[in-house]
Design a protein around this ligand. Structure first.
Ligand code: HEM
Length: 351
């Protein structure tokens, strides 16, 4: 039998291979070098010279801010990548109005952070803001690399393409375009369609609430999480939301409950229940779209794929506690196995 770590390495590569971007060269050889490979590509093996500064930026974010784990900064980084790009509007684009997009404006214009729906993002914005100058890269590249790395810091999160070369933001993102959990499902579906996302992509993207918490919706439950396993990006979020499961430490957003139970979106919601692999594949594609939302087609065509810098994703489907689960619930991730994999494949960044 192969050692446990080797098995994980194989499955992580398999998940990686489902994405469209290049697989880091080290990952290809992981079957023969599994015992020595850390899961983290080294700058000395850089393939594209343009990507070299992004290795340092990767370490500043994944090590300096996340310490290799799904900590508060990693979670906030995923959210800020959405709040940066999400105010994009196809209708505004067609009308020639000022617009938003995946441009990093949220760390450039402090006024965006004074908006209610951006509450809670001030700390991560402040931590990311100095990095463009420090690494001589654009604010958009910093925000969207941080989002991608946040996903990889949270076990279960998939690998998505790292595009670099975004131009500086043209303007402050127009106000009033971010979705609100009190909006109707009809309204939210229309708002996501105006961003360019299908109903299914919308349902896929909100799956990251699996690692989320709330501070500003219900003041009586500050820090309540959106599922009972907030340190892993698992599909338990979909199950618990559909079932209306709430504990003293969890809370459900009205919007998520609506997606889970109302006909236009419920079928997509249902498809992810118990299907971590499907969610991870679909999520990677939707997040990749988010990471270039609103950029001009010529800009997108000129972006460089620097996915070579990414560490391996951690495939939690190989880390489950074996055996039947009481009450028909989904199996849990074994914390001891998870810690072993985290120490092995996030080694250089751990505090
Ligand atoms: C219908 C669309 C959405 C609504 C209404 C919504 C709403 C919310 C709300 C109310 C919170 C809690 C904020 C707080 O009180 O602290 C939250 C957290 C979060 N959201 Fe969303 N969200 C939506 C879509 C998304 C998308 C598309 C993403 C990313 C792709 C995302 C990522 C996150 C993350 C990661 C958190 C947790 C942040 C943390 O724990 O620090 N959300 N969202």
């Amino acid at each position: 039998m192969r050692p446990f770590s080797t098995v994980i390495a194989f499955s992580a590569v398999a998940l990686h291979a489902t994405n469209t971007h290049a697989i880091p060269p080290q990952a290809v050889f992981i079957s023969s070098a599994a015992d020595s490979y850390s899961g983290i590509p080294d700058v000395k093996d850089a393939v594209n010279p343009i990507c070299i500064p992004f290795y340092g930026l990767r370490d500043a974010i994944m090590g300096g801010l996340f310490q290799g784990r799904c900590n508060l900064n990693a979670k906030a980084a995923i959210r800020i990548s959405f709040h940066d790009a999400g105010p994009f509007s196809l209708a505004s684009q067609a009308a020639g109005l000022p617009n938003s997009g995946a441009d990093g404006s949220i760390i450039v214009y402090p006024e965006e952070l004074t908006r209610d729906l951006n509450n809670g993002l001030q700390t991560i914005a402040g931590l990311l803001a100095p990095l463009p100058d420090q690494f001589n890269v654009s604010p958009g590249d910093v925000v969207h690399l941080a989002g991608t790395l946040g996903l990889l810091a949270c076990p279960g999160g998939p690998s998505t393409t790292v595009f670099v070369g975004r131009p500086p933001p043209r303007n402050i993102a127009p106000d009033g375009f971010l979705p609100n959990s009190a909006h109707s499902i009809e309204f939210l579906t229309a708002r996501f369609a105006d961003m360019g996302f299908s109903e299914r992509e919308m349902v896929t993207l909100v799956g990251v609430h699996s690692i989320g918490k709330q501070m500003f919706i219900d003041p009586t439950k500050i820090n309540a999480t959106f599922d009972t396993t907030p340190d892993v990006l698992d599909t338990r979020f979909y199950t618990e939301t559909r079932d209306g499961k709430v504990t003293p430490h969890t809370i459900l957003l009205d919007s998520d409950v609506g997606f889970a139970t109302q006909p236009p979106t419920a079928k997509h919601w249902e498809s992810f229940i118990g299907n971590q692999t499907l969610w991870a594949i679909d999520y990677a594609a939707a997040h990749e779209k988010l990471s270039v939302l609103g950029l001009d087609p010529e800009t997108v065509a000129g972006l460089i794929d620097c996915s070579e810098i990414l560490p391996l994703p951690i495939d939690i489907t190989k880390l489950l506690v074996p055996g039947p689960v009481e009450g028909g619930e989904e199996p849990m991730v074994d914390p001891v196995k998870l810690e072993a994999v985290t120490r092995r494949y996030r080694s250089i960044w751990l505090a």
